[in-house]
Design a protein around this ligand. Sequence first.
Ligand code: CA
Length: 493
Amino acid sequence: MRSDKMNRPIKPFLLIGISVSTLFSYSSDMEQAPNILLILSDDHAVNAIGCYNKRLSEYVRTPNIDRLAEDGMIFTSAFCTNSISSPSRATIITGKYSHMNGVYCLNQEFDNTQASVSSILKNNGYQTAVYGKWHLSSLPAGFDDYRVLDEQGRYRDPEYYEMNRQGMVQYDGWVDDVTAEMTMNFIDKRDKDKPFFVMCNFKSVHDPWDTRPPYDTCYQSTSIPEPDNLCDNYVNRGRASKRTTLKLESLDQKTFSHDLLKTYDTCAQRKFVYQQYIKAFLRGANVLDENVGKILDYIKNEGLDKNTVLIYTSDQGHFLGEHGFFSKRFMYEESMQMPLIIRYPGKIEPGSKCDNLVANIDFAPTILDLAGVHVPEEMQGKSLKGFLTGNPPDEWRTAIYYRYWQHLLHRDVAAHLGIRTKDYKLIYYYGQNMGQTDFPPTEPEWELFDLHNDPDEMNNVYYNAEYSEIADQLKQQLIELKVRYEDNDSVSW
Ligand SMILES: [Ca+2]
């Protein structure tokens, strides 16, 4: 959010394609409507969450997020549809793909008059608020209160743009501690006759991967295990992985020191930077988890846990050295996968698990459905309520459509689109700008991964004869999904 846009008056909320009478007919029994608390962190990869029990489980310490999973449902196949902050956040609140909500890239104008989960809930009698990282170019709409960071904000003594004061206000302390406090204060002072919808948007675990005591001294004498493909040389992949500067050895030397004696040994450089990077990331996750714990304790102590839906997720995943990468953007698993854990006592079986393919377009429809509010047709996702309450739908999607638009804009990651099914992932680096950025086109190329036999996505089998039939089927499915979701750019296949 740029400061010149901070003072722009918020346009009035418009209900697109929905009559007000229809909306209000769903809110006749507000006493039964649950409170909904959405905890949205930043870049929190599932490999840095204990309950996902991936390769770092011995070193990851997230007891509070794990507690949420013990009491609720964990989604093992939740994915974002464009792995970058602003676009994923716009999708989470609108239930629509980037090409439908207008936020394809970072720092792109967000039309806050479009229907969003907050606006609809507010119009249905909910008290609504958002605190912490917002990262959309226009001010939050559909909230009774907000205090949000300007763009990324900062970890120490953060400044928030406050709705009530129409300006920036600085707070002493650590940003996630402050954001958690704001969240609890709002709930404390709420009108107890109405349900609430609050977004608590933590800054952790975004770069520059800072932390505070007591976690700043964690892991000092520990060597954290490396991913098997840390020293990936991309021999069986397309040019996109070779081209990108998303590699650990490319991290700024101001962020992490490099072993300059081994400058010409890429693998040694990666290993050297990896230890600093992974420790910094896990320390940040410790602060994040501590604050999740404060909120869980608060909700319980206030007697709100029975009628509060608690959702934990992150705007997308993050590479933790897999393929030698840091950051996100690619459609590869570590970047595309999102954590998603939902607790709703009495409605969701404790310790339950959902392996179905779900996406961030589903979050807004799910929240509205749980609130008993009509989901507008323009939302492209589907409610997960059936999975949560033990009544799964007879039919569900068999593939997730993905598109990353920022062609070569950051870290030389080429634009791509693709689909992920249960067993395969097809990626097409189409090599064009599509008017979103202004970089030279690249030669188109395809990647196909057999996720069952190659979960680390090391061998592109698109050009293997034995996979030609499945490649053709997936390509057809990709084209169909592109049409179904109304992504109307004419890509050259
Ligand atoms: Ca992010």
